[in-house]
Design a protein around this ligand. Structure first.
Ligand code: CA
Length: 365
């Protein structure tokens, strides 16, 4: 009887609680204002760098807003806390909880990480997001990073990049022979096999290298970011399309122990803040690249050029060879490339009659 009374009382209390109306002043929120989680995020980008560097800033802002200040993330630019290429290790070892960068920087540690940023002639931004979030890509990415105590999430996308800045015209594959170019990753290997000399330089060294003739050509991102660096002052020809980086995904990496220590609601906030920051960057590039390209053409009189089809066909052929060699000795890379390629083969079929057909239709005379 006593037990029954207690149970009845508890039920009544629970009901009265759930019916209670919480009155809140306009502009206030549920947090008591005390910040209970102070996390640190290190990045491979200069602090507040337009586009790329806004990925971590937006992520931090969303987490702050969604938690009403209960979780704060302090973002450090490249070199402020750890060197840009030290981001992966700093998060993996738990020196900091979060990192923002591009997975292909870690190809030397995790070969398959190449596929989670960009593959020459590979997936576009929209397709990457489809593969990662609905095609098994993110699960593979998390599997690849698990041995490093890291959880990766997509954290931004540049969209299709530009092929780059050149001091001379490119009319045939022969024009690539002996050309010194800043172009990193697999695309760099493709250019090397085409006879070019390629180098990897951080973004802030490209301008001087072009100006001083250390390189004859360089790729960076696209009009919005390239205009900021002023490459139009040191090279005349601006080539498209970005066959080498058709939709580069950036990453947010989380130390797994730190993540596991969070309550469930904050785990969800991290996940959805990343998803929002991922889309936000693409939206910004989509809006700003057009304006920057117009400025480059109209104000700075650059020569906009398309790489000849014959050159692109050759680069694609060489890319296939490079990819085969790249995955040859790595089981995980083979597994990820298989998933990536299968997704690509399927999405190409549909995008041929949807995205591509529509864009072609819009351009009909
Ligand atoms: Ca690039």
């Amino acid at each position: 009887m006593k037990k029954l009374l207690v149970t009845t009382f508890l039920s009544a209390t629970l009901i009265s609680c759930s019916n209670e109306q919480v009155s809140m002043e306009e502009g206030s929120c549920f947090s008591n204002g005390v910040s209970t989680y102070q996390w640190t995020m290190v990045t491979t980008w200069p602090k507040n760098f337009p586009g790329l560097g806004m990925g971590p800033e937006n992520f931090s802002k969303y987490v702050d807003e969604m938690t009403c200040g209960r979780m704060k993330i302090k973002v450090y630019g490249a070199g402020e806390f750890v060197p840009p290429m030290g981001v992966f290790d700093a998060v993996s070892q738990g020196n900091v909880q979060l990192g923002h960068g591009a997975s292909y920087y870690w190809t030397g540690k995790v070969k398959s990480s190449q596929f989670f940023t960009a593959v020459p002639f590979g997936l576009t931004a929209q397709e990457m997001n489809g593969w990662l979030h609905y095609g098994g890509g993110l699960e593979l990415w998390q599997e690849a990073y698990a041995p490093f105590n890291l959880i990766p999430l997509a954290g931004g996308n540049s969209g299709v990049q530009m092929a780059g800045w050149f001091k001379k015209e490119i009319n045939s594959l022969d024009d690539l022979k002996g050309l010194k170019m800043r172009i990193p990753g697999l695309a760099g290997e493709v250019f090397t096999r085409a006879g070019a000399e390629t180098v990897t330089l951080p973004g802030n060294e490209i301008f001087l290298s072009l100006q001083q003739g250390v390189v004859d050509a360089a790729e960076w991102v696209g009009p919005y970011n390239d205009l900021t660096f002023g490459f139009h002052q040191v090279a005349d020809y601006y080539y498209y399309p970005g066959w080498h980086e058709p939709g580069s995904t950036l990453e947010i990496i989380i130390n797994k122990d730190a993540y596991e220590s969070l309550p469930e609601d904050l785990k969800a906030v991290i996940k959805y803040a990343a998803r929002a920051a991922n889309q936000e960057m693409l939206d910004e590039y989509t809006a700003r690249n057009n304006k920057a390209l117009n400025e480059l053409i109209e104000k700075h009189n650059i020569e906009l050029r398309k790489l000849p089809d014959s050159v692109l066909i050759e680069l694609r052929r060489i890319t296939d060879e490079v990819m085969e060699d790249f995955i040859a000795d790595d089981e995980m890379a083979q597994k990820v490339y298989k998933s990536y390629t299968e997704f690509k083969d399927q999405v190409i079929n549909y995008h041929r009659i949807s995205e591509k057909a529509y864009i072609d239709t819009r351009e009909l005379d």
